[in-house]
Design a protein around this ligand. Structure first.
Ligand SMILES: Nc1nc2c(c(=O)[nH]1)N[C@H]1C(S)=C(S)[C@@H](COP(=O)(O)OP(=O)(O)OC[C@H]3O[C@@H](n4cnc5c(=O)[nH]c(N)nc54)[C@H](O)[C@@H]3O)O[C@H]1N2
Ligand SMILES: Nc1nc2c(c(=O)[nH]1)N[C@H]1C(S)=C(S)[C@@H](COP(=O)(O)OP(=O)(O)OC[C@H]3O[C@@H](n4cnc5c(=O)[nH]c(N)nc54)[C@H](O)[C@@H]3O)O[C@H]1N2
Ligand code: SF4
Ligand SMILES: [Mo]
Length: 704
């Protein structure tokens, strides 16, 4: 593929939520450009991890979709088609399905790697062009438990309540279920700077990870026991009166409820339940509470569970009880995952939300957004259901059509058998992507979108910093920017007059108006400002407002200005271990691959480093099943069996098996994960299901 940059342009990495800045520099390589770390963008100045450095790999890959592709039957080969023909036939099918089965028979499945503009437009497209209530997105699998917990505790959901620049000022840092060294690698220098200044770092994870290697104390917890352990910490803090009485009294509710919930969780009891030594529980509780400043960060380890919201609330209790929030060197953060995992959840892709975190069931919110969109509020549908529940509705035949833009749900959703049934049963599946993903193999239409280098827009990083990403390259071949494609499809559906924009900037301006007065208020932002200021932290309710790097300096976002602590009674996972399934499968990430692997499995430099998934087990388990060198293991859950190569490591909790989820087909671990959902956030329990493992003897190959 020949690229077209003629001068150095700036961009931002397409992968994780750090959103490191890049320079796209023309050179005489085959691609015509090379990617270098930005020397000016403030988040990770001068740094990119290996995924960022090699991100050009997938952009110039020969598998890139070049034209729209369609087929009459799923068993047929793909046929190239013009945009005009594709969009008019898709629109025709949508109209027919809606005429027969109602508007809600059509659904939209979005993603968190898309720009704010595209996320916003997808939400508007579902409600205004399709008139369906069924829209949700992959961030449901990612940030929904953290979002629900932050809303309950603080009254607002911005992943990190403070900018990254506060980390070096913290004296005690608790990292729970977050593997920053592999998942947000360029955040490590902030932690190391804190450490250099004497900060204590604690990791809480069933595995010793690259992150825990940088920690002072590592707590190797069995998956599912975070709330038990945190109750132990809270018990010590309450019992020894180490909490910040003034802060608790003036700025929070719920102290008595927490004190009551943690009463029985003495360090001795915690040891009985978790194996964590009493000295460790006491030491961390005292250390954190007595430190002048401190930060608690959580991520998917404890959030992707049926008790994910409660687990997160309990870690938030730690920060609130000790008054470590809303001041220098302090804060709580749920470390957001995807490139635009933050902005992606603010602008109306979620089943119950409208732009700016407005609620689709709230009459005043409906009225505000309908006025911006130029429609009658009565035309707006109500709330739909979560991502996985949409797939279940498709499997059951209630949802008949789905447009998937920026996600690969067949690989990334739990309990794949249901998802496969859903995709098979859909009368119309349209996938907009850069590649023919595993999901796209079930599609009727496959439309070529643009890569991160080829589309302009804004994103919001894990700190809540909104920034502008320029277009570094023109869209190649017939690839079309997502925002344009959504407008064009709306036009084909006869709703074009609501979707006419000169470019992404015009979408952004409308979006900012839609967010005005909402919780995620962007109304003071403009492309000009974002470029000049290298990003601005929301909320930013007026052009003269400086933005809000540090939240909660004097009040929380609940009506009375106070935060709410919740007493948590630890609950069991959906699938506790038993004699038939005595081990716990947990799943997660590797440094060299990204999510369902569509992009990174097409990047030779990354595949070289991690060619295939390897299951991690404890030596005691290996011994029990008689594993010898070169054997594989078979992992069996209630949903099926899979075989993996194996790594034996002392670094994993002894009842735990870990498998990364970046591969498809026979290597997709989500074939056997559990689809139980958190009752509030509807987050699947990716981090915890009961399994057994067996030895699969090495087969000696002879070439004869
Ligand atoms: N290299 C890379 N980076 C990424 C991504 C990627 O795919 N690859 N994805 C991005 C995205 S979208 C996200 S959401 C983030 C995810 O970032 P993380 O949440 O940090 O990543 P995970 O590996 O899913 O899980 C983190 C840790 O949780 C641990 N864990 C499992 N069960 C439990 C438990 O019960 N309690 C506790 N305390 N810990 C537990 C796991 O052992 C694992 O080390 O990363 C982002 N960055
Ligand atoms: N077992 C297990 N499963 C998990 C998790 C886990 O920890 N364990 N984690 C969950 C989490 S946190 C997440 S975030 C999900 C994510 O899982 P997915 O939603 O499947 O995420 P991706 O693999 O990034 O898929 C994004 C797709 O969009 C395409 N794409 C990228 N950029 C663009 C663009 O600008 N436009 C268009 N049109 N397409 C684009 C990519 O090529 C890719 O095919 O997985 C979840 N699944
Ligand atoms: S993957 Fe994350 S840390 Fe690595 S370069 Fe991209 S944005 Fe930066
Ligand atoms: Mo994620």
């Amino acid at each position: 593929m020949m690229t077209t940059a003629v001068e150095t342009r700036t961009s931002h990495c397409c992968f994780c939520s750090m959103q490191c800045g890049m320079d796209v520099v023309p050179d005489d390589s085959e691609a015509g450009i090379t990617i270098k770390p930005s020397k000016t963008f403030p988040v990770a100045t001068g740094r990119l991890c290996q995924k960022g450095l090699y991100s050009l790999g997938h952009v110039v890959h020969p598998d890139r979709l070049q034209t729209p592709l369609g087929r009459r039957a799923r068993s047929d080969a793909w046929q190239p088609a013009s945009w005009e023909e594709s969009l008019s036939r898709i629109a025709g099918d949508i109209r027919r399905i809606q005429a027969e089965h109602g508007k809600d028979a059509v659904s939209v499945y979005g993603g968190g790697s898309l720009t704010n503009e595209v996320c916003y437009l997808l939400g508007k497209f579902a409600r205004v062009a399709l008139g369906t209530k069924y829209i949700d997105y992959n961030g449901r699998y990612c940030m929904s438990s953290a979002a629900a917990a932050s809303n309950k505790a603080f009254g607002i959901d911005r992943g990190m309540t403070m900018p990254l620049s506060e980390i070096p000022h913290a004296k005690y840092i608790i990292l729970a279920g977050t593997n920053i060294a592999e998942c947000q690698p360029t955040m490590m220098p902030y932690l190391m700077e804190a450490k250099k200044k004497g900060a204590v770092i604690v990791t809480i994870d069933p595995r010793t990870t690259m992150t825990s290697k940088a920690a002072d104390i590592h707590v190797g917890l069995q998956p599912g026991f975070d709330s038990v352990f945190v109750n132990g910490l809270l018990h010590v803090i309450v019992n020894e009166r180490l909490y910040d009485g003034a802060f608790v009294h003036e700025r929070t509710h719920g102290f008595n409820e927490v004190a009551e919930a943690v009463k029985e969780f003495t360090p001795a009891r915690v040891r009985e339940l978790t194996g964590v030594l009493e000295e460790v529980t006491r030491g961390i509780a005292r250390g954190f509470a007595k430190a002048d400043t401190g930060i608690v960060l959580t991520a998917r380890g404890l959030e992707q569970q049926v008790n994910g919201v409660e687990n997160t609330l309990n870690y938030i209790n730690l920060a609130l009880l000790t008054g470590k929030i809303g001041r220098k060197g302090c804060g709580y953060g749920a470390v957001t995952g995807q490139a635009n995992g933050q902005g992606g959840r603010e602008h109306g892709q979620k089943a119950d939300q409208l732009p700016g975190y407005r609620l689709i069931e709230n009459p005043a919110d409906r009225e505000h957004v309908a006025a911006v969109w130029g429609i009658d509020p009565a035309e707006l549908p109500g709330k739909g259901v979560s991502a996985y529940e949409m797939l279940v509705k498709a499997a059951e035949g209630e949802i008949k059509a789905m447009i998937v833009l920026g996600s690969n749900p067949l690989v990334s959703s739990p309990n794949n058998a249901v998802v496969r049934r859903a995709l098979e049963r859909l009368e119309l599946l349209v996938v907009v992507d850069l590649f023919e993903t595993e999901t796209a193999r079930y599609a009727d239409w496959l439309l070529p979108g643009t890569s991160f280098l080829e589309a302009e827009g804004t994103l919001t990083n894990l700190e809540g910093r909104v920034f502008h990403r320029g277009q570094a390259l023109a869209p190649p071949w017939q690839c079309r920017e997502d925002y344009r494609l959504i407008s064009d499809l709306s036009e084909a559906l006869g709703r074009g007059r609501y979707f006419r924009y000169d470019g992404p900037e015009a979408v952004f301006e409308e979006m900012c108006r839609a967010t005005a007065g909402g919780k995620a208020d962007y109304s003071g932002l403009s492309y000009g400002r974002l470029k000049a200021e290298q990003g601005v932290f929301w909320p930013c309710p007026a052009p003269e407002h400086a933005g809000t790097p540090q939240l909660f300096l004097d009040r929380f976002a609940h009506a009375d200005g106070r935060a709410v602590m919740h007493g948590i009674t630890p609950k069991r996972p959906a699938e506790p271990i038993d004699s038939e399934y005595p081990l716990i499968l947990t799943t997660g990430r590797l440094a060299n691959h990204y999510l369902s692997g569509v992009q990174t499995r097409r990047t030779a430099e990354l595949v070289k480093k991690a060619p295939a998934p390897v299951a991690e087990i404890h030596p005691a388990v290996a011994q029990r099943i008689g594993l010898t060198l070169g054997d594989k293991i078979r992992i069996t859950s209630r949903r099926g069996s899979l075989e993996f190569a194996v790594k034996i490591t002392e670094g994993i909790q002894r009842r735990t098996v870990f498998v990364p989820f970046h591969w498809g087909d026979q290597l997709a671990i989500n074939q056997i994960t559990n689809d139980a959902l958190d009752p509030t956030s509807r987050m699947p329990e990716f981090k915890l299901c009961a399994v057994r493992i067996e030895r699969v003897e090495r087969v000696e190959r002879s070439d004869a």
